[in-house]
Design a protein around this ligand. Structure first.
Ligand code: GAL
Length: 423
């Protein structure tokens, strides 16, 4: 684990706080301290994490930035378990979805409800998002951003070379375009062979095959619609079509290296959350000219979302408790959320921030989320832990990954999936 210490010399520190109206005024007590354990290590993610460090340090906190390599966070979660066991929990930890509440059940989280009330977060954060920052109705975390996962990223140049000048509008057209690119010597779909990446693609395959009502019933309400097996089999059939257009070097490839294949013109498409967009930006690519972002065909009316919650862990010592409060307040501030989300490719969790600062894909995400919220098609991403419990999600992800790796038929995968989520 790489650890960056955010302390400054006293001289610099005093100068910074004088300029930026800190939340903490230096006095006889120790300087407030905060540490965030997270997994933002790709070039685009690291640039966004740097904005967070800047805002937290400016608020007068001695900040330790603790990134753990590995997109999707499974290595970071291993580090977290070890640290909690060693009674050395970080002040805050990036956790996605319902796993936040699971740490609440283990009595590992700090209640920050008084701060939330003072700051009126309940009034500015939409209800569907609050669920991922609370445990038993009380705030135990803050989230700066909402990502959505049903996006396709496309290289316009590669597609122009095979005669495609518009984003595909249907699943058929999409698969057809990927096959065309593959026949011309490109990789049809850039993919990294890790369980969370195949599962992320499956979210969209299922949504496309079954529609939002089916997705909601199966993944969010925990019901089993009568046609569940048939729809799951169709979703797996879509996955099989995609398996035919990936390359044979994909095993264990990090997601951002798959994005780089689209950026560098090796591949036509990638299905990935909108954290992929900053990878294009840091490489100097422009939306419309060099790349397209569009919703996975067949899922346009819905948004599968995930929040990055920073869960507040129980820490000892006044300077850490104080640091945690200042950290939380900073993350929920409009100034931070605006600057951070433009860099991260996501949308603020506060609904009182205008979308005008965002580039095209970001603006579309703001509109799509607002529309989906009205239509009730704003759905938590199963892949990123916002639907199903962690155990069920892990069991289902294992089936999805074995199928996408070619070890299960569409039919057997459907049968095993129903077993995995029935636990
Ligand atoms: C997700 C997270 C995103 C992004 C992605 C890849 O779980 O929500 O912010 O970091 O992993 O690392």
């Amino acid at each position: 684990m790489a650890t960056r210490i955010g302390g400054r010399s006293t001289g610099t520190f005093l100068c910074v706080i004088a300029l930026s109206t800190p939340l903490w005024i230096p006095n006889a007590f120790a300087q407030p301290r905060a540490e965030l354990l997270h997994w933002w290590t790709s070039p685009g993610e690291a640039a966004a994490a740097e904005i967070l460090s800047k805002h937290v340090r400016r608020s007068g906190v001695q900040y330790v930035d603790s990134p753990v390599l590995g997109g999707g966070g499974s290595s970071a979660m291993k580090t977290l378990r070890a640290r909690v066991k060693a009674r050395n929990a970080p002040t805050a930890v990036q956790i996605t979805g319902l796993e936040v509440a699971e740490w609440g059940e283990r009595d590992a989280l700090n209640d920050i409800d008084a701060l939330a009330r003072a700051e009126r977060w309940s009034e500015v954060v939409p209800k569907p998002f609050q669920r991922y920052m609370k445990f038993q109705g009380r705030w135990v975390g803050v989230a700066p951003n909402v990502h959505s996962t049903n996006w396709v990223w496309a290289n316009t140049d590669v597609l122009a070379k095979v005669g495609i000048t518009q984003p595909p509008r249907t699943w058929r057209e999409f698969v057809g375009a990927a096959r065309k690119a593959q026949s011309a010597g490109f990789v049809g779909l850039a993919y990294g062979g890790q369980t969370w990446q195949s599962t992320l693609i499956f979210d969209s395959a299922l949504l496309g095959a079954g529609g939002p009502d089916f997705y909601r019933k199966l993944f969010i309400e925990g019901r089993r619609p009568g046609n569940a097996h048939a729809v799951l089999e169709q979703a797996y059939a879509r996955m099989s079509e995609l398996r035919d257009v990936i390359d044979d070097q994909s095993a264990n490839r990090p997601w951002n290296l798959a994005t780089a294949m689209v950026i560098n013109g090796r591949a036509a498409f990638q299905i990935m959350g909108d954290w992929a967009r900053p990878e294009f930006t840091v490489s100097g690519k422009q939306v419309g000219r060099d790349f397209w972002c569009f919703r996975v065909p067949g899922t346009e009316d819905s948004v599968t979302f995930n929040l990055d919650t920073f869960a507040m862990f129980k820490v000892e010592g006044a300077e850490k408790v104080q640091g945690q409060q200042i950290f939380a307040k900073t993350v929920m501030s409009p100034a931070f959320q605006t600057e951070f989300n433009v860099a991260k490719g996501s949308v603020p969790t506060r609904s009182d921030i205008a979308g005008s600062a965002f580039e095209e894909c970001g603006r579309r995400a703001v509109q799509d989320i607002a529309k989906a919220s009205k239509r009730q098609t704003l759905l938590g991403s199963m892949a990123l832990g916002h639907a199903l419990g962690t155990e069920q999600k892990d069991a289902l992800s294992d089936v999805i990954h074995r199928h996408f790796s070619g070890f299960l038929s569409d039919k057997d995968a459907a049968t095993e999936s129903l077993r995995a989520i029935a636990r």
